[in-house]
Design a protein around this ligand. Structure first.
Ligand SMILES: NC(=O)c1ccc[n+]([C@@H]2O[C@H](COP(=O)([O-])OP(=O)(O)OC[C@H]3O[C@@H](n4cnc5c(N)ncnc54)[C@H](OP(=O)(O)O)[C@@H]3O)[C@@H](O)[C@H]2O)c1
Length: 305
């Protein structure tokens, strides 16, 4: 049996299925959030860099006011600290701004979006010509700012996104609070078994992003796969992962949440396990791979199917 919530090492509970909000347009996302709440979503995966948090915050506030049953405490809100906010001061400011966008006194989970930083103080993607401008702020400094916000009661759980094993270990060794969640890409072609085993051994819960493989991407289409989304999502949650599929379509929103009333048998799971070929879809190594904190090698070996 798969539980609908996972208890994080912080003691707080996180719904296993959440709604992804990347590439959900401003002007559209507010209504999507209300529809998702009607359908039963209670976990929203957001980020400063997605540019739609203010509209999500407004929609949530309106919904809580109108509803007699769904209130702030029934909803799990995740946000992420963007690369241009890695210094202690900037990260602290970013959390305060995020609280304002969500019109709330606390966030359920805040992740460091990437381990490597960009130049602070200006654009989200600071550039000279075509070249991104970086910073070398240590992600441990960002972590300490988040820990302080936990102490202040403004964040309940903190975690990481796109960090590698050594970087997570360093946070565990040198930080005060253990990361509650690691958010990474996991889908049918990219299983991340080593990192997942490491997290399991260290009591760090995993959330799978792009769980449907961001359909429409050329790499995915080339593979010609047509596995129903519910099967893929069920495969994830049976492996103990949380999932955050994105949809702005009511039918697909429903479909993606209705994965608790059936079970994949061992041989189904074994078949799906065979698809792994180390095909990473969200890969910015060509752009950022030279940064000393970039989390994975510039060139990765493809394998399998
Ligand atoms: N931490 C990070 O660095 C990071 C990186 C990437 C993503 N994320 C998070 O993970 C979330 C999900 O990842 P993603 O948006 O890349 O991709 P995804 O959830 O794997 O796929 C989303 C795409 O699948 C379509 N879709 C949704 N449900 C479907 C269904 N039942 N059947 C067929 N197609 C379906 C959606 O279209 P419709 O909207 O038209 O349904 C959309 O085009 C993001 O929104 C974001 O919150 C985090």
């Amino acid at each position: 049996m798969v539980e609908k919530e996972v208890t994080l090492n912080s003691g707080h509970k996180m719904p296993v299925v959440g709604l992804g909000t990347w590439q959900s347009s401003p002007g559209e996302i507010g209504q999507v959030i209300k529809t998702a709440l009607d359908i039963g979503y209670r976990h929203f995966d957001c980020a400063q860099v997605y540019g739609n948090e203010a509209e999500i915050g407004e929609a949530l506030e309106e919904y809580f006011k109108a509803s007699s049953t769904v209130k702030r405490e029934n909803v799990f809100i995740t946000s992420k600290i963007w690369n241009t906010f890695h210094s202690f001061e900037k990260c602290s400011e970013a959390v305060e701004e995020t609280l304002k966008r969500f019109r709330t006194s606390y966030l359920d989970l805040v992740l460091i979006h990437w381990p490597h930083g960009f130049q602070e103080g200006g654009e989200l993607f600071p550039k000279v010509g075509d070249e991104i401008q970086y910073s070398d702020v240590d992600y441990l400094e960002t972590w300490k700012a988040l820990e302080k916000k936990v102490d202040e009661g403004k964040i309940r759980s903190i975690g990481l996104s796109n960090f590698n094993k050594d970087q997570i270990q360093r946070i565990i060794d040198e930080g005060k609070i253990r990361p509650a969640v690691l958010q990474i890409e996991v889908n049918l072609y990219f299983h991340q078994i080593v990192l997942r085993d490491f997290c399991e051994a260290n009591r760090v819960a995993i959330t799978a992003y792009s769980p449907l493989g961001s359909p429409g991407r050329p790499e995915w289409m080339k593979k010609g796969v047509d596995t129903p989304a519910q099967i893929v999502l069920r495969w994830d949650i049976q492996k103990g992962l949380a999932v955050i599929p994105k949809s702005t379509n009511e039918t697909r929103l429903r479909e993606n949440l209705e994965i608790f009333d059936f079970e994949l048998q061992e041989d189904d799971m074994a078949q799906l396990n065979q698809f792994d070929c180390n095909l990473r879809l969200i890969n910015i190594a060509d752009r950022d791979g030279h940064h000393k904190y970039f989390p994975w090698p510039k060139k990765e070996v493809r394998s399998g199917s």
